[in-house]
Design a protein around this ligand. Structure first.
Ligand code: ZN
Ligand code: ZN
Length: 961
C-alpha cells in the first residue's frame, strides 16, 4: 500500500509540473486579499532532517488552507546562506583546523567554496522540500547572499546607527577558540562537559589567614583581580589543618569541609561578609604573572576583598567568588564598576599573550593544568578534582567556549527592554504558554553583539579612517559605489575589503572594519529586505505585519527575537501577529538524534522506505504545539491505518458509483447523521486551522475517516447494500461526504488527495478542474447539521460498545443475531431500526433490564444495557447460515467471481446441521448469490469447512452455468 502511495506521489509531482498546477492556482488568486507570510530560512547545510520536514509540512498546511480560502498567499521560501554553518562545513571538507588555515588558503578561494557549497545545498534542500509535496515559490526563493538582500541588511545597520543604537565597545562574550569569533548569547549551545573543580587558598596580606575559593576554570586565575563576598550573609573563620580559613557559614554548615577532606575543625569567628571588605590578599600567581604587581601599584582595589550582593551566592562554591574581569561577563560587570583595568590576556585562539607571563604561549587548557601545578607547589591547593556540568559550546563546531574580552560592534537593545515587552504582549502564541518564555527572554535581553570575526557573511558596512578614527556607516551598495567611485561587483569579502576611500574629515584613507555581520541580522531583516524581490517595492517602510511565523522553539532566542527586536526598534511595529512554535525531533525513546548514537533517521529514508504522506501525517498529528516529537518506524501505525483506510474508502465509493444509481430522498437516520457529521467537521477544522491548532485538525480528520466513516457508517450500512434503493442512498451520502472530506484533507495530504481526485472523484463529481487544489475550501451546509442526531449517535455508540463487551463475555460473535436488546435510555427510540441492524438483534426493548439467567447487563454512561442471550432454534439456524455465507463469500472472492456471478453450492454435514439450514435456505441462497444449494452426506471435493458449536459443515462452490 505505502509503495503504491510513493509511486503515486512521484506521478503527482510530475503531473503538477507538467500541468503547471501551482502556477495556475497562484495566478487565479492574484488580486485577492493577501495572506502575508515569510518562511524562516533554514541553513543550506546539506540534506534536510526531520525538524525541517516537520516545519515545512506545517507551513504547507497553513499556506494551502489560506489559498483554498481564496487568499493571495505570500509563500516565498528562503535560505540563510551566510555564516558559520557553511564555513565550518567547508573547513571540514578542506581539512582545516583553524582560521589560520583559511588565511593561508586564501580568503577569496575560501569564500568561493562557501558560495559553491551554499548554492549546491540550496538545490538539494529545494528538491527535498518539493518531494515532500510542499508548495512554495521554489523558482524564486529569497537568498540572503543576493546583493539586493545585502542592501536590506546594510540599510538595517545604517538605520540603527542613525537612531544612535550602533556602538563599539569592550565586552566579555562567549568566544569559540576554534572558529576564532565572538558568539552572541543566542548562539551558545549548552551541553554536559567535564571540567576541573579546584578549591584553593588565597592568603590575606596582613594576617595569617586564608580565603578559600572555588573555580572550574583554573586558567582564569591568571586574570584574577578581586575576590567578592556577600555583604550581609554570614561567613566563618575556622581552624582547619592547623590554619585559619574563611568561607561561607552556609557551606560549612552544609558539610563542605568534610568534602574537602577536613575531618576536624573549629569555628573561631563568625561575621557578615562586609567585615572583611577591603582586606588585601596575595595574588596566588603574583610572581608568575608580573603584570599583577603593576596593577596592584596602580589600583588600590586590585587584590582586595570586595562585596557584591548581586553576584555572590553563599550556597555556591565557598561563597567567596574569584573575579577575573576579562574572563566572565559578570566578572566584567564587577570589574568595570570598580574601575579595574581591562587586559585581554588571551588571543583569538585562546592562547596567552605576553601579559600571561609564565603562561605565555599556553592555551587555556594547558594553562589550567599549569596553574594547578604551580598552586600545588605553593601548597595552595585544597582539593582538586573534576565536575560534570552544563557548559556553553559553539553552536556550530561544538567546541567549549571561553569567555574573552574583545572590542565588538553592538546594537543598543538593553535600554529598550520595557518597550519590547510591552509590544510583545500584543502577539499571540501557539501554544499560549510560549509567550511567557518569549517575554522572559526579552526582559533579560542584552545589547546585541553584531560583529563576527569571520569571512562568509554580510560584511559589516563600516569604514574607519586610519588616521583620525572617523567612521562612516554605509546603507547600500550604491552608497559605497558613490563614496569610492568604484563599481561593486560582489559585496562579499574579500572583494569589498579592497574598497578604500578618502576620509571626508581629514583626507586619510578609510578602510572597512574587517568583520562580518551576525547571520541573525540577515534573517532578522527579512521582512523589508525581500520587498524589492517579492513585491517590487523599493521603500523598506512599506511592509505589512505578517499573519504568522512558524518555527522551532530555539527561535525564541533566534529568529522570533531577531525579527521582533529589529522591527520594534526600527519601525515601532509588530513583525508578526502570531507565532506557531514547534519542538525538536528525538528518537523513539526521546533521545536526541546523533550520528554517534546511530539513531538518526532522515526524511529521505522514510520517503524511500514508505512514502512522503506517512511522514507528513505522522509529523503533524503526533505532536502538540511546543512539544518535542518522538520519531521512529515503530510509531507509524496510526499513520499507516489512516492512509490505508483513506484509499480503501475512496475505492469503496468508486465501486458503489460503478454499480448503483444515486438516491437522494428518504434517507436513513445514519445517512442524515453522516451528512451532519461532515458538516460539523468542516465547521470544526475550519476553526482549528483559523486558530492554528494544526494537530487538532489532523486528529479530527483521522477520527472522522477511520472511526465515523470506515469503522461505523460503512459497517452499519452493510446489510442495506443488498437493496438497490438503499445502496443508492449510501452512494449519495458517501459521495457528498467524501467530496468534502477530500478537500479538507488536501492541505494535509496534498499528493494523495490529488491522486484520489484525479482517479476517483473528478469523474464521480463531474468536475472540470485539473486539481483538487483548485477547488474551494468546503463551506458548512447549515441545514444539514443536526446536533440532536449527532448527540443521539454518540449515545448509540456507547450502547454498541456495551453490546460488544457483553457478546465477548458470553462468547457470541458479532455476526450472530441475538433475541433482544434492552436499553434504559428511551431517547434512543427514534433509532430503533438502526439499532436492530447495528446491534444485530431481533428486538429492541426500551426498558431498564434486570440481570437473570438469559439477560446479561452492563452499565454505561447512558444507563443500563441488557442483552438477551437465550439461544432459540431460529437463532441457531440463522447463525449457522451467516457463518456459512461468510465463508462462501470469501471463497467466491478467492475464486475470482464477480458479485453478479451466480453459483451452485454443495454442502455436507450432520443431519442436525442440515435440518437447521433448511429453515433459512432462501436467505442462504441470497447471501451467497447461489441459484441452488445441494445438501449431501459427503463431498468428493471440499473448498472449506465451517465449525459451528462443535459440528463441522463442509462446502464446495461451483460457478452456475
Ligand atoms: Zn566554533
Ligand atoms: Zn580621517
Amino acid at each position: 500500500m505505502l509503495d503504491r502511495i510513493r509511486r503515486w506521489e512521484e506521478e503527482i509531482l510530475n503531473y503538477w509540473s507538467e500541468k503547471s498546477v501551482y502556477d495556475k492556482v497562484k495566478s487565479s488568486l492574484k488580486g485577492k486579499p493577501v495572506f502575508n507570510f515569510i518562511d524562516g530560512p533554514p541553513y543550506p547545510t546539506g540534506p534536510i532532517h526531520l525538524g525541517h520536514s516537520w516545519n515545512k509540512t506545517l507551513k504547507d498546511i497553513v499556506l494551502r488552507f489560506w489559498r483554498m480560502r481564496g487568499y493571495d498567499v505570500v509563500d516565498t521560501p528562503g535560505f540563510d546562506m551566510h555564516g558559520l554553518p557553511i564555513e565550518v562545513q567547508v573547513e571540514k571538507k578542506l581539512n582545516f583546523k583553524s582560521k589560520t588555515d583559511v588565511l593561508a588558503y586564501g580568503v577569496d578561494k575560501f569564500i568561493s567554496e562557501c558560495k559553491k557549497l551554499a548554492f549546491t545545498n540550496v538545490k538539494v534542500e529545494t528538491e527535498q522540500f518539493r518531494r515532500l509535496g510542499v508548495w512554495m515559490d521554489w523558482e524564486k526563493p529569497y537568498l540572503t547572499v543576493d546583493p539586493t538582500y545585502i542592501d536590506g541588511v546594510w540599510w538595517t545597520i545604517k538605520r540603527m546607527h542613525n537612531l544612535g543604537r550602533l556602538y563599539q565597545g569592550w565586552k566579555v562574550l562567549g568566544w569559540c577558540p576554534r572558529c576564532q569569533t565572538v558568539l552572541a548569547q543566542h548562539e551558545y549551545e549548552y551541553k554536559q562537559k567535564r571540567s576541573p573543580s579546584l578549591y584553593f587558598k588565597v592568603k590575606l596580606l596582613d594576617e595569617d589567614c586564608y580565603v578559600v575559593v572555588w573555580t572550574t576554570t583554573p586558567w582564569t586565575l591568571i586574570g584574577n583581580m578581586v575576590i567578592a563576598v556577600h555583604p550581609d550573609e554570614k561567613y566563618v573563620k575556622v581552624k582547619a589543618n592547623g590554619e585559619l580559613w574563611i568561607l561561607s557559614k552556609y557551606q560549612v554548615d552544609s558539610g563542605l569541609l568534610k568534602e574537602l577532606g577536613v575531618e576536624k575543625y573549629e569555628v573561631v569567628d563568625e561575621f557578615p561578609g562586609r567585615a572583611i571588605e577591603g582586606k588585601k590578599y596575595v595574588h596566588p600567581l603574583l610572581n608568575e604573572v608580573p603584570i599583577h604587581k603593576e596593577l596592584e601599584e596602580k589600583n588600590e582595589r586590585c587584590h582586595t576583598i570586595i562585596t557584591s550582593a548581586e553576584y555572590v551566592h553563599v550556597d555556591e562554591g565557598t561563597g567567596c567568588l574569584h573575579v577575573a574581569p576579562s574572563f566572565g561577563p559578570e566578572d566584567f560587570e564587577i570589574g568595570t564598576s570598580l574601575g579595574l583595568p581591562l587586559i585581554t590576556f588571551v588571543d583569538g585562539r585562546g592562547v596567552f599573550d605576553k601579559d600571561g607571563g609564565y603562561f605565555e604561549g599556553k592555551n587555556v587548557n594547558e594553562a589550567s593544568e599549569l596553574v594547578v601545578k604551580v598552586l600545588d607547589e605553593k601548597g595552595l591547593v585544597v582539593k582538586y578534582g573534576t565536575i560534570v556540568h552544563e557548559y556553553p559550546h559553539c553552536w556550530r563546531c561544538k567546541t567549549p567556549l571561553i569567555f574573552r574580552l574583545t572590542k565588538q560592534w553592538f546594537f543598543r537593545v538593553k535600554d529598550y527592554r520595557d518597550k519590547l515587552v510591552k509590544l510583545a504582549e500584543e502577539t499571540e502564541w501557539i501554544p499560549s504558554w510560549a509567550k511567557a518564555l518569549f517575554i522572559d527572554w526579552l526582559k533579560n535581553i542584552e545589547d546585541w553583539c553584531i560583529s563576527r570575526q569571520r569571512f562568509w557573511g554580510t560584511p559589516l558596512p563600516i569604514w574607519i579612517c586610519e588616521k583620525c578614527g572617523y567612521y562612516i556607516v554605509v546603507g547600500s551598495i550604491k552608497e559605497v559605489e558613490e563614496l569610492s567611485g568604484k563599481r561593486i561587483e560582489d559585496p562579499h569579502r574579500p572583494f569589498i575589503d579592497k574598497i578604500v576611500f578618502k576620509c571626508p574629515n581629514c583626507g586619510g584613507s578609510m578602510k572597512r572594519v574587517p568583520d562580518v555581520i551576525d547571520v541573525w541580522i540577515d534573517s532578522g531583516s527579512v521582512i523589508w529586505s525581500v520587498l524589492p524581490q517579492v513585491k517590487g517595492i523599493s521603500d523598506y517602510s512599506k511592509w505589512e505585519t505578517l499573519e504568522i511565523v512558524l518555527e522551532g522553539k530555539d527561535q525564541i532566542r533566534g529568529w522570533f527575537s531577531a525579527l521582533f527586536v529589529l522591527s520594534a526598534i526600527l519601525f515601532g511595529k509588530l513583525p508578526y501577529k502570531r507565532v506557531y512554535m514547534h519542538g525538536f525531533v528525538t528518537d523513539e525513546r526521546g533521545v536526541a538524534m546523533h550520528k554517534s548514537l546511530g539513531n538518526v533517521i532522515l526524511p529521505d529514508e522514510v520517503i524511500e522506505k514508505y512514502c512522503a504522506e506517512i511522514l507528513r501525517f505522522y509529523q503533524v498529528i503526533s505532536t502538540s504545539p511546543g512539544e518535542d516529537q518522538r520519531f521512529g518506524y515503530g510509531l507509524l501505525s496510526r499513520a499507516r491505518t489512516y492512509l490505508t483506510i483513506f484509499i480503501n474508502t475512496y475505492n469503496y465509493l468508486s465501486q458503489l458509483a460503478k454499480y448503483h444509481k444515486e438516491v437522494e430522498t428518504d434517507l436513513a437516520p445514519e445517512d442524515e447523521w453522516l451528512l451532519s457529521r461532515i458538516n460539523s467537521l468542516i465547521e470544526e477544522v475550519t476553526k482549528d486551522l483559523e486558530s492554528y491548532q494544526i494537530p487538532d485538525y489532523a486528529r479530527k480528520l483521522y477520527e472522522f475517516l477511520v472511526e465515523d466513516v470506515s469503522r461505523f457508517y460503512i459497517q452499519l450500512v452493510r446489510e442495506r447494500m443488498r437493496d438497490e434503493t438503499e445502496a443508492g442512498k449510501v452512494l449519495h451520502v458517501l459521495k457528498y461526504t467524501l467530496d468534502r472530506f477530500l478537500r479538507l484533507a488536501a492541505p494535509l495530504n496534498p499528493m494523495l488527495s490529488e491522486k484520489i481526485f484525479i482517479k476517483v472523484m473528478k469523474k464521480i463529481l463531474g468536475r472540470e478542474e485539473d486539481s483538487v487544489h483548485m477547488l474551494p475550501w468546503p463551506s458548512v451546509d447549515k441545514d444539514k447539521v443536526r446536533k440532536d442526531l449527532e448527540e443521539m449517535f454518540n449515545k448509540l455508540r456507547e450502547v454498541l460498545t456495551a453490546v460488544k463487551r457483553l457478546r465477548q463475555e458470553v462468547g457470541i460473535k458479532a455476526r450472530w443475531p441475538c433475541r433482544a436488546l434492552y436499553i434504559e435510555d428511551k431517547s434512543l427510540s427514534p433509532l430503533r431500526e438502526v439499532i436492530l441492524r447495528a446491534a444485530n438483534v431481533k428486538e429492541v426493548i426500551f426498558e431498564t433490564p434486570r440481570e437473570d439467567k438469559y439477560i446479561k447487563t452492563c452499565s454505561t454512561t447512558v444507563g443500563t444495557v441488557g442483552l438477551d442471550v437465550k439461544e432459540t432454534r431460529e437463532l441457531m439456524a440463522e447463525r449457522l447460515m451467516r457463518d456459512i455465507s461468510r465463508h462462501v463469500r470469501a471463497k467466491r472472492k478467492e475464486l475470482g467471481l464477480r458479485p453478479i456471478d451466480r453459483i451452485k453450492l454443495y454442502i455436507a454435514g450432520e443431519k442436525e446441521m442440515l435440518n437447521l439450514l433448511n429453515d433459512v435456505m432462501d436467505e442462504l441462497k441470497e447471501r451467497c448469490g447461489a441459484d441452488e444449494v445441494v445438501t449431501v452426506r459427503e463431498l468428493p471435493k471440499v473448498h472449506d469447512k465451517v465449525e459451528f458449536k462443535g459440528h463441522i459443515v463442509q462446502f464446495y462452490v461451483e460457478k452456475a452455468s
